[in-house]
Design a protein around this ligand. Sequence first.
Ligand code: IMP
Length: 195
Amino acid sequence: MKIIFATGNMGKLAEASEILGQGFELVTPAQMGITEEIPETGDTLRANSLQKAEYIYQKTGLDCFADDSGLEVDALGGAPGVYSARYAGDHCSFDDNIDKLLGELAEHPGEPRTARFRTVVTLLVGGEPHFFDGVVEGKIAFERSGTRGFGYDPIFVPDAFAPKTFSEIGIEDKNAISHRGQCLRAMAAWMAENL
Ligand code: IMP
């Protein structure tokens, strides 16, 4: 099945392709000629996920899905959360965000470094939204480890693979337990049953 994944993040695209497998052909907005940044101005993951999917649906009229994710760090009161992408400022890099997070956490010595990734995936079928949630628990490492993945992967240690980070375990193990893996497997199961 051919479907648009409303993302410009190649890391997310690689993971989704691996999770969904050969039954799906994922098309990016860029491949449809949509090259501008997709707006995400909501203050919840669900709102942003819906906003991204609706943006693409309005432009193309085609079924699509979007993912919005956030990293919640307990010692920081749940930050960066829904603001994870721009934590260190507009147009910041993944490295800028990691530096800022490690810097903030250094001001909370002795506190637990517990954290979790959450994702909400919105699937739009005929313009109707269907939501899928995923969460993975872990801890924030003191420094980066590993070279794979993207975003905060080099400092996120999922409980299931401690003390390795998402960047150290690689895409297959990450997908098996990740926030995004949970959502996309649930989405595929829903599609198999309902479409
Ligand atoms: P968004 O869903 O594209 O808004 O992503 C929010 C922020 O979290 C971005 O900085 C992403 O790079 C980061 N992020 C999202 N998913 C993951 C992940 O699976 N691993 C590491 N960082 C992630």
